[in-house]
Write a protein that binds this ligand. Sequence first.
Ligand SMILES: Nc1ncnc2c1ncn2[C@@H]1O[C@H](COP(=O)(O)OP(=O)(O)OP(=O)(O)O)[C@@H](O)[C@H]1O
Ligand SMILES: C[C@@](O)(CCO)CC(=O)[O-]
Ligand SMILES: [Mg+2]
Length: 384
Amino acid sequence: MEVTARAPGKIILAGEHAVVHGCTAVASSIDLYTSVSLRLRPEDEDTIKLQLNDIGLDFSWAIGRIKEVLSRLGSPFSSTPTSCSPEIVKSLAALVDEQSFPESKIGLASGVYAFLWLYTSILGFKPATVVVSSELPVGAGLGSSAAYCVALSAALLALSDSAKLDVSQKGWFTFKSEAELVNKWAFEGEKIIHGRPSGVDNSVSTFGNVIKFKSGVMTRIDSNMPLRMLITNTKVGRDTKALVANVSARKSRHPDAMCSVLNAIEAISAEWSTIIQSHAVDDLCLSANEEKLGELMEMNQGLLFSIGVSHASIETILRTTMKYKLASKLTGAGGGGCVLTLLPTHVSGAVIDKLVEELESFGFQCFMAGIGGKGVQISFDHSS
Ligand SMILES: Nc1ncnc2c1ncn2[C@@H]1O[C@H](COP(=O)(O)OP(=O)(O)OP(=O)(O)O)[C@@H](O)[C@H]1O
Ligand SMILES: C[C@@](O)(CCO)CC(=O)[O-]
Ligand SMILES: [Mg+2]
């Protein structure tokens, strides 16, 4: 039996980082996906294989070896989402080290620990082959880690006894009551990769749409505005875990100043959510709303700069889009990664082409994505 799950990436429209500290973020799914195919193999085969196509790494663990390492710590197999303790992360790291993980890619290892934790917790020690491939840039602020954890949890749960799915269904379908379980397991995976995730990324990847997220609670937003965003990838690598930890450290050094900044971001997210839910009665009203969103993005970016998560490459994009009177902000954890530029309805294709050409002349990569589509979906392959 083979199943494929695909989970979308996301953009954060307002409130990244602040959401880790209990403030509101507004986020939307985008139509770029991470896919995970899972094929259970006959019981007489004794390995779990993982193929990570985007980063060009393959792993194969003897089940006996995984059992030997993990059973010393008690079986991880669990029907309810459980956190991976630091002690277990160490054991998982040993299993990954044995596969001679290349030093140059060591920053990617936590994704493999998350795989081992989710796999053994949800499916135990069944032999299988898992293949991961993504349309998202990995580690660039578009929620690649969450899409990876959501797609992985969905595929594993689809073939477990916890989710009672009708495997005869054809084509792509969305989870119903099981989506919450997928989301919770994905959050446990995100914790291994991120350290202290707010949960916004896995929630928007699981449920799709445009959402508001605060203190672990997600609210769907019915956006009544056509939102067009240019996404520019600086191609500067960064690590969400380190950026989130740096912001927390700055908060403990300057609690009062940081509290004021976070409150300002909270107000920006609240206004974002009100504006996109409002109905513009005519074109004049729509362009006034677009102008307000642009200003909110500029303010949000300024505040993100003040908490230390901008980057020279991001500032270059801001300067360039400003020449076209277009507002931009980083999205996701910052420090490099991707920048959003709001493209109001009056901006012509010719202007966008010129902007893209100028941005790409710096070596950046520009693209557009559909905003606010479906969350995670699965499909069973009946031929295998
Ligand atoms: N397709 C993939 N294949 C393998 N590992 C992946 C894949 N996508 C994500 N990962 C894991 O997620 C990590 C990147 O997560 P990180 O949170 O730093 O960036 P992001 O999720 O793209 O950005 P943000 O959290 O700001 O939205 C990688 O180091 C890797 O461990
Ligand atoms: C930086 C952050 O706010 C968003 C990353 O996409 C981290 C999080 O919310 O977990
Ligand atoms: Mg991430």
